[in-house]
Write a protein that binds this ligand. Structure first.
Ligand code: AHR
Length: 496
């Protein structure tokens, strides 16, 4: 009986590419993301590192495939003065991280450290400029410093600091959350400020045009998107951001591990809201930009819970359970669906902060369930999205219901089709009948991420409790693919 879950995969209707940049990440100077996460210092003899950056972290992120990395914030970006983070480390001034725990930072991780790290990672940097407390000159100087090849005051300074060739940074954020920590601006005011800053962010490199991203709306603030799309000329706007966290209640976020089904359901409701939010923001964008020149950049997303008991509330350190795997799998499937407009996104945040893919404790490191989802899904990067039609069973809790199933499909450059499926129901398995139309397939293999309880997670004592395994629950007959998904599972199939 495959009555409820019916899926059609349209093998012949692929039009848009799933931009690999929707698989981007975010590293803010926040808690132990940069200091103590990525960067442990050049003189660290206990933790293997290259130029102070952990080698185990680099290897894990490369394996996961990380297309871009946003830095240095977040809210921190609008307090950051990049010139304090260049030159001999001993001479760099310190600063107070006002947003995140009020800790004093020594600026030992700065522009060179970050951009060299991106080269090690094979990832594209995404620099977030300071608009809230900086100046137009400061930001235009930063562009010149990192991108100008010829003779110029900032290129010369870069060379004095040991870097001859420019890094050619393509992605630039023009401020962050301008409606909040980035300056508490009104949309009309920020639109004007954006125009001013963007004017002086010249493209100093001959190879890559700057991709300028405006600070975007908070979740359902559709007016913000409307005003920015209306007031900023599109020839100076490449991306418009959107931030949406899966948070139940900003005043009572609930624990990261010991949550009940009520909290689980509410979190998933917030996560799945992403579909409606993108649809509505994209509809506004279509009104002003029907050719979809401007990308919607979801440069902050993920689950946000209470910090782990006993940790600094300003450091946003939270564990990561199968609930986070459910958020990751469903959200990425949503991004695929809107791949014509959503062409970049950043999960918050890479290490030790919010929905992290990696947690560290001194020399120990673990990969979270979220890491495994991103690693399994990386087959979709730069593949052609195949539209799907999904009829799903409900996941019901109390009087409410959510779609139990989330499905996405793509065809890669070698013609191989991949299908990612998520069953968010914590107690019911799903039997699914998929009609493979417009394509030929005779065999199927797959991988699954699942665990007995939705609260299951990896710890430093037991780092492999949750990890992908071979999936045996799929079979093909003609153009029909049958799949049985256990409760709380993420599966990625490969068709032969
Ligand atoms: O990711 C944590 C914070 O969330 C960021 O600094 C800010 O942009 C958002 O409010």
């Amino acid at each position: 009986t495959f009555a409820q879950n019916q899926v059609i995969i349209n093998g012949d209707l692929g039009k848009t590419t799933i931009n690999k940049h929707i698989y981007g990440h975010f590293a803010e100077h926040l808690g132990r993301c940069v200091y103590g996460g990525f960067y442990v210092g050049e003189n660290n003899t206990k933790i293997p590192n290259k130029n102070g950056v952990r080698t185990d972290v680099i290897e894990a992120l490369k394996k996961m495939k990380i297309p871009n990395l946003r830095w240095p914030g977040g809210c921190f970006a609008d307090t950051y003065h990049w010139k304090d983070g260049i030159g001999p480390k001993k001479q760099r001034p310190s600063m107070v991280n006002a947003w995140w725990g009020g800790v004093t930072e020594d600026n030992s991780f700065g522009t060179h450290d970050f951009l060299d790290m991106c080269e090690q990672l094979g990832t594209e940097p995404y620099l977030a400029g300071n608009v809230g407390s900086g100046t137009v000159k400061e930001l235009s100087d930063w562009v010149q410093y990192v991108n100008h090849e010829g003779v110029s005051p900032m290129a010369n300074l870069r060379k004095e600091n040991g870097r001859d060739k420019p890094w050619n940074v393509h992605f630039w954020g023009v401020g962050n959350e301008a409606w909040g920590c980035g300056g508490n601006m009104k949309a009309e005011y920020y639109a004007n400020i954006y125009r001013q800053y963007a004017t002086f962010m010249s493209d100093w490199s001959n190879t890559s045009k700057l991709f300028r991203i405006a600070s975007g709306a908070n979740s359902a603030d559709f007016n913000w998107t409307e005003i920015l799309m209306r007031d900023i000329p599109h020839n100076m706007l490449d991306g418009l951001a959107l931030h949406h966290y899966s948070v139940i209640d900003w005043n009572k976020k609930g624990p990261a591990v010991n949550y009940d089904e009520d909290l689980y359901f509410k979190t998933m409701k917030q996560a799945l809201l992403m579909d409606e939010l993108i649809h509505k923001h994209a509809t506004i964008m279509d009104k002003y930009d029907p050719k979809k020149k401007v990308a919607l950049v979801v440069d902050e997303w993920g689950g946000w819970y209470e910090v782990e008991p006993g940790t600094n509330p300003g450091f946003l350190y939270q564990q990561n359970t199968m609930r986070d795997a459910m958020i990751a799998g469903t959200t990425l499937n949503i991004f695929h669906k809107y791949s014509d407009r959503v062409r970049m996104a950043n999960l918050a945040q890479t290490i030790n902060v919010l929905q992290a893919v990696i947690l560290t404790n001194e020399e120990k490191m673990l990969l979270t369930p979220t890491y495994h989802v991103l690693e399994m899904y990386n087959v979709h990067q730069d593949a052609t999205m195949l539209p799907v039609d999904v009829q799903t069973a409900d996941y019901t809790f109390g009087n409410e219901k959510l779609p139990a199933l989330s499905v996405s499909a793509s065809r890669d450059k070698n013609g191989v089709t991949h299908i990612s499926l998520v069953n968010i129901d914590p107690s019911k398995s799903q039997e699914i009948s998929l009609n493979l139309r417009g394509m030929k397939a005779s065999g199927v293999t797959g991988r699954i991420l699942t665990s007995a309880k939705v609260q299951d997670h990896n710890t430093f004592e037991s780092p492999d409790k949750v990890k992908p395994a071979a999936f045996k629950g799929a079979s093909i007959k003609g153009d029909n693919l049958k799949v049985t998904l256990p409760p709380i599972s993420v599966v990625v199939l490969e068709l032969k």
